[in-house]
Design a protein around this ligand. Structure first.
Ligand SMILES: Cc1cc2nc3c(=O)[nH]c(=O)nc-3n(C[C@H](O)[C@H](O)[C@H](O)COP(=O)(O)O)c2cc1C
Length: 369
């Protein structure tokens, strides 16, 4: 049904327009009491065996919505209604900003991929904090808050911008993510170098602890798939050293070569981050590498090219406690999260692992023995 609808309607629309239209429908459904109960019952079934404890939080299941879809925290209930067990909002920057000029989102349908150069279009940390504070949740869901640097702020002052967002947003975050890996803010990815990352993460940790004293807000960092292997190891070591709670691997890639892309060359050449199926292999590789390095000391979140339950299962076996998706939601439609949780429950039942937690990292542990 959705695939036909996608072919007939969404595919003919500008991708960003289609996004906002789908968004409006999701929000509308989530505001309509009988409808939302019905949709949630159909799309967000609870599998007891998928109950997950991660980052000190109890979740219904491991699969959630990656950052970038709900940048301003306006559709958390809608996404929970569709079966995403956690919703990562943002990226939110210290100050509001419009992002890059349109057109800035492209569909590579033949590759089941997207290229985006949105450039952190968002309402800014003050407005988003106000919205989160006023939120009256309909569905219980975990809310991650992903923060990034305001474009106009120089790289040297990045920490102060992240700290500002942290002070405003940490109280509303079940977990907080420092995004240093989007390719569409000039210089942002330089912050992944340990000499920049160490003071940045330390400052954000201190700001979170200063602002929220009743609990410890889990802090994660989100990294790019384009880091060299040694740099992945360096971030992993730094995360352990700083007592970080988690690493999210990965963001979109600026690579195009060697991915077997079938879409027209003019589309492939668009500037921006590539996501979806072609990212699968490298994201999985980075995740396995991280798990081999940090084991169970740090919670790993696998994201990048997860299209179905098998992909999600492979990430769990590679070391992910939580998994996320974005691009495949555009292609698969409203049943995406449900299909993943259902398929994960079936895979767990057919596996030798007694619990989902036992399955985490099982393949990587075997490989490094
Ligand atoms: C249109 C678009 C916007 C995105 N915006 C953000 C963002 O603001 N912050 C972020 O950390 N990741 C952002 N991402 C990256 C996703 O969260 C995810 O890491 C990446 O797309 C890989 O997952 P996927 O292959 O399932 O899409 C964005 C991705 C897309 C497609």
């Amino acid at each position: 049904m959705y695939k036909l609808f996608f072919q007939l309607v969404f595919k003919r629309m500008d991708p960003e327009q289609a996004h906002y239209l789908a968004f409006r429908w999701i929000r509308l459904a989530a505001r309509t009491p009988v409808l939302r109960t019905f949709v949630a019952a159909a799309l967000a079934p609870r599998h007891k065996e998928l109950r997950t404890e991660a980052l000190g939080l109890r979740m219904h299941g491991p699969f959630g919505l990656a950052a970038g879809f709900d940048k301003n925290a306006i559709a958390i209930d809608g996404m929970a209604m569709l079966g995403f067990d956690h919703v990562e909002i943002g990226t939110v920057t210290g100050e509001p900003q419009p992002g890059n000029p349109k057109k800035r989102l492209f569909r590579l349908v033949a590759d089941r991929a997207l290229i985006n150069r949105m450039g952190f279009n968002n309402e800014g940390s003050a407005a988003v904090a106000e919205r989160l504070a006023a939120r009256n949740p309909v569905f219980r869901t975990t809310v991650g808050v992903n923060i990034g640097k305001t474009k106009a702020v120089p790289e040297a002052d990045a920490a102060a911008d992240y700290v500002k967002s942290t002070e405003r947003l940490a109280a509303h975050a079940d977990y907080l993510v420092v995004n240093v890996s989007s390719p569409n803010t000039p210089g942002l990815r330089n912050l992944q170098a340990t000499e920049s990352l160490r003071p940045l993460l330390t400052a954000v940790r201190e700001a979170a602890d200063r602002t929220v004293t009743a609990r410890r807000v889990p802090l994660l960092v989100k990294i790019a798939p384009d880091l060299a292997d040694e740099d992945v190891d360096a971030v992993a070591d730094l995360a352990v050293e700083l007592g970080l709670d988690g690493i999210i691997a990965t963001n979109t890639t600026i690579a195009r070569e060697g991915l077997g892309l079938k879409s027209p060359a003019s589309l492939v050449a668009e500037t921006g981050g590539l996501s979806g199926a072609p990212l699968k292999e490298r994201s999985l590789e980075v995740l396995s590498r991280l798990y081999a390095r940090v084991g169970d000391r740090i919670t790993l979140v696998g994201v990048g090219g997860i299209e179905n339950a098998e992909d999600a299962w492979q990430r769990i076996l590679a070391g992910a406690t939580l998994v996320q998706g974005y691009s495949a939601f555009i292609y698969e439609g409203p049943f995406y999260a449900r299909a993943i949780h259902k398929g994960l429950a079936a895979r767990l039942a057919a596996s030798p692992h007694a619990t989902l937690a036992d399955a985490v990292g099982a393949e990587t542990r075997k490989a490094v023995k």
